[in-house]
Structure formats: structure tokens, C-alpha cells
Design a protein. Structure first.
Length: 180
């Protein structure tokens, strides 16, 4: 297996769409319920910056997109800006090869280096022992459970909230420093 990790580019969007659509249709690991389109992924792609707090990291195996990890805005209100939501999705043909851990490590390292992130959150629809193990292995700690938070595939699902903190955030930035 020839694995390479890099920043995501717009040309990756068809593969990213296909990976995500598999999970949308076949599982409850995402609470999306309708397949996403290329147009949807193009709009989603606009938020990413390779050196900012919102990053998209892609794994390729033998030149083909095998998975991706992303950090996105945690919440729309300005006070939440130092927090991000993270996720990782792997092609169903590449599960169990350690790609998710590699992607997540690269993503978390990248956002930590920005100095702009105080806390990263991961939401895990349970049961999902592989995702729980991955988050805990990477230093995330369970901070709560949202009971019956979503309804998909004919039943309600609980969601565990995991968080990891970065203490080096520029804590004394003002709204003006950030362009508000």
C-alpha cells in the first residue's frame, strides 16, 4: 500500500462525495440523511484553508482518494470561533488499514500549529467502538452524551461528545484582532 497524505483540493470532491454518501446511505455515523452532490461539496470546500483552523486533509492509496479528515466551524456564534468540529471518513474498501488515525493525526497537528484553536470536538454516534478507540487514542476525552440526539435508520441514536484542548491559543486576542 502506497499511502500519501496531503491537503484536499477541489479535484478530490467527487471521491469525497462518494465516500460520504456511502455512510449517509448505509449507516448512522453521520446524521446527514440525503446524499450530497458535487455542488454541495463545492460549497462545503470553500471553508477550508491549509494554514487556518478549518482544514481538509486527504489520504491517497496508490493515487486514489482513500479517505479524508476535516475541521470545520463548531458553531455559528462568534464566541465559539476558537473551537472546531473534527471528522474523519474512510473509503469502505480501506477500513482497518490505519488510514483514519494517520489522517486525524495530521489534521490535529495542522490545526494545533495555527495557534487559533482552543478545543477540537468530535461527535461519535454510538455504538461505534472503532471511532471511540480512535478518539481516545488521539487524546480526546469524553465530555458528555447527547441522548437520542438524532433519528436515522428507524431509531434514535445517542452521540458521545469528545474533546481535546490546545493550551497555546492566543487567549488575549480581541475581536478587532480577528477582523470583527
Amino acid at each position: 500500500m502506497n499511502l500519501s497524505i496531503r491537503n484536499g483540493v477541489e479535484a478530490d470532491l467527487p471521491a469525497i462525495r462518494d465516500i460520504l454518501n456511502h455512510y449517509i446511505l448505509e449507516s448512522a455515523v453521520t446524521f446527514e440523511v440525503e446524499e450530497v452532490s458535487i455542488e454541495n461539496r463545492r460549497e462545503w470546500f470553500k471553508q477550508f484553508d491549509p494554514v487556518g483552523r478549518h482544514q481538509l486533509i486527504v489520504a491517497e492509496v496508490d493515487g486514489k482518494v482513500a479517505g479524508y479528515a476535516a475541521s470545520i466551524r463548531f458553531h455559528e456564534r462568534p464566541a465559539y470561533e476558537p473551537s472546531i468540529m473534527t471528522s474523519v471518513y474512510i473509503s469502505k474498501t480501506q477500513l482497518g488499514n490505519g488510514i483514519g488515525e494517520t489522517l486525524y493525526r495530521v489534521l490535529l497537528s495542522g490545526v494545533e500549529k495555527t495557534g487559533l484553536v482552543h478545543r477540537a470536538y468530535g461527535l461519535v454516534v454510538i455504538p461505534n467502538p472503532a471511532s471511540v478507540k480512535l478518539h481516545e487514542k488521539l487524546g480526546f476525552r469524553e465530555t458528555g452524551v447527547l441522548h437520542e440526539a438524532g433519528y436515522k435508520l428507524g431509531k434514535y441514536h445517542d452521540v458521545k461528545i469528545y474533546a481535546v484542548s490546545y493550551t497555546h491559543l492566543r487567549a488575549h486576542e480581541t475581536r478587532e484582532d480577528r477582523g470583527f
